[in-house]
Design a binder for this molecule. Structure first.
Ligand code: SF4
Length: 734
């Protein structure tokens, strides 16, 4: 496929309308699109045919509104009001960067380099930023090395509350590789289990069409979820499960499979360790007990276990849904083990594992300083080791109490802590206590209201770089010039690095970065320039690579774990004093573990299922997207709503032991009776009023966490929902 590219479009800028092939620049999903420009301004996007991510999601449809929003930050700002007040004045870039660097160096002199912390959010998952700033050996987009040469190990990011429990902490001790090195073979699957996930809200949502194509070819679809998501609505079977109890369900199925000898004996005997211990442990999860815990009928537990074991083969679509409960990491491991012992690893139609080989993308590979541990290491060492980052849930202890050492400065980029983490008031206290807070973003955030400096970043439409996908790569050409004085995240980071004395460690600009990263790539930058739509590369993966020495650097057969096998009983977890087996823990704030509390708060609270009009807390100021959902909702089952006199659209308050927040009631049988789903993302300063008042994290709990990852229990708490008079919309109360 040959298409026109940006240079021809640039020539056509004078024309009224032109079309260019490129990438959507709203989120880091990097969807392949054709962009219609009118008078050089973005007008609309169309999906690019034949592209691995050739889709345009609802946010991409509204790209024009987002990019040219009057709310965009267009100039660097310096605070003139008190912290939190949100009063700023314009400042020149050089002055802002010089003053930030001076204060960081002063903090380094007085408190040590480790007193400076960076925080990277989901807004900064651009491919180029990954290779420029990834710590060596880490495949986690929110781990960035920017602050390492300064002498601080305290790089933190949204991996502190998202994805790494699933992608690293559960996967690496079990399989010896992260989930980024796996993929579901939908094309050849006979059974697809979509567990706690909704691919329709992925960015990009490309798995949906693969799953639906597999269904058309005859694959059976089962969705396990507390709510009937888009995925569950399209499945042959929806299995509702009480939030936080998925581990018990997986262990219950494992028990059936072992009792009925349905497991893959050859695989278990040759390629696993810990099976006998698993047999003994899972015996404590007979179907009737699993029904009591999970609310999944015993017969469904048995028939689903048999379906997975007999499918030959079954694959798994899963992401972050199971991370947020008292035993999130172990629950995820239980599901992985279920698929491993049924012979579904690296076989046609199963969970494919990628061969260990040299990555085609070069990295700067800057290591963390060796002599000081990051914040959170004392409580979550495995998290810190695997992600090479601080566990940001522990940042308040360092900022407010100086424990284990003080943190005085924080640089936040592309993130929103106050809307994303439990206990917004705690974070406000933290931000008020810092000597220096810098926020870079495209729009004003709640965090930025406390910042000393706010730096305006571009959207990806205004940047250059590249986008990588498995087996496909594409250059990112600049579609429009940066708006106002906004600058790319890469420019901002490298300008700071220069002023801190180590700018030479990073390529000089975005062009130099792409050339550096792609120098040894099999496609090559010249070929990519000739193909603005991107180029495929690589060959199909072989199967059963563990038999062929393809999963380990030493080329020995087996998995890249200490034993060379799938570690059902994990030696890595045992080394850190954690349960070696995938042990289930009942949610501590749940109806079984805390029946007294459940009398006052009888509904299971689940937060965080994505909606298509937002990207985390973003876009709740964009009128065209707000039309999709003008108000934040609590989804409540008709039986629970009727018992409380609540009707569709009623103003209600959701109450937990920690606070109460107003929401609009959406009465629907798409959630299980006895549980609710709460929209997140509210609480930002430029959002529509109803969203601004509805920060769901006044209800979640900073202290209730998974002991391995440190992730908060966003999805397994208790609440009550109460009808409010329509005039009673109020500010959240702690
Ligand atoms: S997923 Fe992201 S990159 Fe893709 S169309 Fe939507 S906003 Fe654009």
């Amino acid at each position: 496929m040959r298409m026109s590219h940006r240079s021809s479009a640039a020539r056509a800028d004078q024309q009224a309308v032109s079309n260019v092939v490129g990438l959507c620049g709203i989120c880091p999903g990097g969807c392949g699109v054709e962009i219609e420009l009118v008078e050089g301004r973005i007008e609309r996007l169309k999906p690019l045919k034949g592209h691995p991510a050739g889709v345009v999601c609802p946010r991409g449809v509204k790209a024009k509104e987002i990019v040219y929003s009057p709310d965009r930050l267009l100039h660097p700002l310096a605070r003139i009001g008190v912290k939190g007040e949100g009063r700023f004045e314009r400042i020149a870039w050089d002055a802002a960067l010089d003053r930030i660097a001076e204060r960081l160096l002063e903090i380094k002199r007085t408190s040590g380099p480790e007193a400076v912390m960076t925080y990277i959010g989901r807004g900064l998952f651009d491919s180029g930023l990954v290779e420029a700033f990834a710590p060596p050996g880490v495949n986690n987009f929110s781990s960035k090395s920017l602050i390492f040469p300064f002498g601080s190990p305290n790089n933190a990011g949204c991996g502190s509350v998202c994805q790494t429990a699933y992608g690293m902490l559960a996967a690496i001790p079990t399989f010896g590789l992260g989930m980024a090195a796996t993929y579901p073979d939908f094309d050849n699957a006979r059974l697809i289990v979509i567990w706690g996930a909704n691919p329709a809200t992925d960015s990009p949502p490309t798995a949906v069409r693969k799953i639906l194509a597999a269904k058309k070819k005859g694959a059976r679809l089962i969705a396990i979820d507390h709510m009937r998501s888009h995925a569950a609505a399209n499945a042959h079977q929806w299995i509702p499960v009480r939030s936080g109890t998925d581990g018990a369900l997986a262990l219950g199925m494992i028990n059936v499979i072992i009792e009925e000898r349905l497991y893959d004996r050859e695989f278990v005997d040759n390629w696993t360790v810990g099976f006998d211990e698993l047999r003994a442990y899972s015996a404590g999860f007979p179907p009737e007990e699993v029904e009591r815990i999970t609310r999944v009928p015993a017969a469904v537990v048995v028939e689903t276990a048999r379906a997975i074991a007999n499918a030959k083969h079954a694959t798994l679509s899963m992401y972050t849904g199971l991370e947020y409960t008292d035993s999130g990491v172990q629950n995820l491991r239980a599901v992985f083990v279920l698929f491993a012992i049924t012979g579904n690893l690296d076989v046609p139609g199963g969970i494919m594992l990628r061969a260990k080989q040299k990555a085609p993308y070069r990295r700067t590979n800057i290591p963390p300083p060796p002599d000081v541990k990051p914040i959170g290491y004392d409580r979550y060492p495995l998290f810190c080791e695997l992600t090479k980052s601080a566990q940001f849930m522990e940042a308040p202890r360092a900022i407010l109490e100086g424990d284990p050492y003080p943190v005085k400065a924080l640089v936040i980029a592309g993130a929103s802590i106050i809307t994303g983490y439990p206990d917004p008031e705690l974070w406000k206290r933290c931000f008020a206590a810092l000597d220096l807070l810098v926020v870079t973003d495209r729009f004003m955030t709640a965090d930025a209201q406390y910042a000393d400096f706010v730096l305006p970043a571009t959207t990806y439409f205004e940047n250059k770089g590249y986008q990588k996908y498995p087996g496909y790569v594409q250059l990112r050409e600049r579609i429009i010039e940066p708006l106002g004085e906004s600058r790319s995240d890469y420019w901002i980071f490298t300008q700071l690095a220069r002023r801190l004395g180590y700018g030479e460690l990073f390529p000089a600009d975005e062009d130099a970065l792409a050339e550096f990263v792609l120098r040894d790539h099999p496609v090559g930058i010249d070929e990519l320039r000739r193909h603005p739509e991107g180029v495929r590369f690589g060959k199909p993966e072989e199967h059963r690579k563990y038999e062929k020495g393809l999963l380990r650097e030493d080329r020995q057969p087996g998995f890249d774990t200490p034993s060379g096998k799938v570690e059902i009983a994990s030696s890595v977890l045992a080394k850190y004093g954690l349960d070696a087996l995938p042990k289930y823990t009942e949610p501590s704030e749940g109806p079984l573990a805390n029946p007294g509390l459940a009398r006052e708060f009888p509904l299971v609270l689940n937060t965080g299922a994505r909606i298509q009009s937002t990207f985390r807390s973003q876009h709740l100021n964009i009128p065209g997207l707000l039309e999709m959902q003008p108000e934040p909702q609590v989804l409540i089952h008709p039986v629970d709503a009727a018992a409380r006199g609540i009707a569709e659209g009623d103003l209600v308050q959701v109450r937990t032991p920690r606070g109460r927040v107003p929401f609009s009631a959406h009465v629907t049988d798409a959630v299980m009776a006895g549980g609710v789903e709460l929209n997140v993302g509210g609480g930002g300063p430029i959002q529509a009023a109803a969203w601004r008042q509805a920060n769901a994290n006044y209800l979640t709990d900073h202290f209730n966490r998974d002991p391995i990852s440190g992730f908060p229990a966003y999805k397994a708490l208790l609440c009550e929902v109460e009808k409010l008079p329509p005039e009673a919309a109020h500010k959240p109360a702690a």
